[in-house]
Design a binder for this molecule. Structure first.
Ligand code: CDP
Length: 349
């Protein structure tokens, strides 16, 4: 008989995990094995730990083999089942529940890999990076993707725009002149730029004042793109972005997210569209907001920003080698969103 004192120091710990795979024998086996090993590794367990059972479930669209086959070599008692076929649920998903007898103080670290991270944004932090030029549609897409995944959206362009407003107000920005570094650092030391996520929609505050509307003026777009080439300003704004990305699951859009801010992002997209299409969208946006402007000047302004953004020395705009290209020229917003969601949900763990 086990003495009571010893029993109370033990617990049956249940650890959850999920991953996404292709419907082939090798993908099902290797993804299940990788998930199991990751659960053990992260929870500081060995294959010889006192594992009492592993429950394995598969979605109905996986029928090439039993996922449990991938775990046979570990010689643990397993039980397979099929997930209910719920409309809109994550496809090609394998879930594990590992039960282990261990010390009472141990806390389960649940593991979600690849597209399965989106199942529990609260438990598995993930970052979706979306880069692209003006008018490509990245901010619109980022906002919708964030809402779909139930995570916050960080529009980093808004931070650069807010900084531009501060630099204009304080006279640090002067048309045609290089920013004075001493004044810039003094002003930034006395600046607070904060993003707030009200019902997942981001708002920007400069020194406590909501400037979410002001930052959308065309002149601010232009000056934001000029001051964004300053390395000191970028460093200052990078800190705000890294902080958001390290604290929670999020979708971040900008110019250097997949390359500088979150090079290890779980999902990376580069959004582009033809120059004509981008200028037309920006023009329609401004007209809708009641501004009187002509298409040609929108095009000139956009080309200038494209040039600034892609040729600056620090963090220029380019497609990260591991980013998925999303060309929105001939796609509707709905089509682009489902293209991106398919990539996110389908990414193997
Ligand atoms: O919405 P749109 O694409 O027109 O611009 P935005 O994303 O709000 O960014 C405004 C400007 O900030 C851009 O032209 C870039 O020069 C700069 N920016 C940047 O350098 N890096 C980022 N991560 C985001 C914006």
């Amino acid at each position: 008989m086990i003495p009571l004192g010893t029993m109370s120091a033990m617990q049956l710990l249940s650890i959850r995990g999920a991953t996404v795979c292709q419907n082939t024998v090798s993908s099902i086996e290797s993804c299940t094995q990788r998930l199991y090993e990751q659960i053990l590794l992260t929870n500081n367990l060995g294959v010889d730990s006192n594992i009492s059972a592993v429950f394995v479930s598969m979605t109905r669209d996986l029928d090439a083999c039993f996922a449990a086959r991938g775990l046979r070599k570990y010689d643990v008692p397993m039980f397979s089942s099929v997930e209910p076929n719920i409309k809109g649920a994550l496809k090609r998903c394998i879930r594990l529940l590992v039960q282990v007898n261990c010390e009472y103080t141990k806390v389960a670290q649940h593991i979600y890999l690849g597209g399965a991270k989106t199942l529990r944004p609260d438990k598995a932090k993930f970052v979706v990076a979306m880069d692209g030029p003006a008018g490509s549609g990245k901010s619109t897409l980022a906002k919708i993707i964030a809402q779909r995944l139930g995570v916050v959206h960080l529009d980093t362009g808004a931070l650069y725009r807010a900084a531009a407003i501060k630099l204009i107000k304080t006279g640090v920005y002067k048309e045609g002149l290089t920013l004075d570094l001493d004044r810039l650092s003094q002003v930034l030391a006395n600046t607070t730029i904060k993003m707030d996520y009200d019902a997942l929609i981001s708002r920007v505050y400069l020194d406590g004042i909501d400037i979410s509307q002001d930052i959308r003026e065309p002149n601010i777009s232009r000056i934001a793109s000029i001051v964004a080439s300053n390395p000191f300003l970028r460093q200052y704004l990078n800190k705000i972005q890294s902080q958001v990305a390290s604290q929670q699951s999020c979708v971040i859009d900008g110019r250097d997210i997949g390359t500088v801010i979150a090079p290890n992002a779980d999902f990376k997209f580069f959004v582009k569209a033809s120059e004509q299409e981008r200028a037309k969208r920006r023009y329609n946006d401004l007209v809708r907001k009641g501004q009187s402007i002509d298409l040609d000047s929108v095009m000139v302004d956009m080309k200038e920003r494209d040039y600034n953004d892609s040729t600056r020395e620090v963090a220029p705009l380019y497609q990260a080698s591991d980013a998925i290209l999303v060309d929105t020229t001939d796609r509707t917003v709905v089509q682009s969103v489902s293209y991106i969601m398919r990539h996110i949900f389908g990414k193997n763990g």
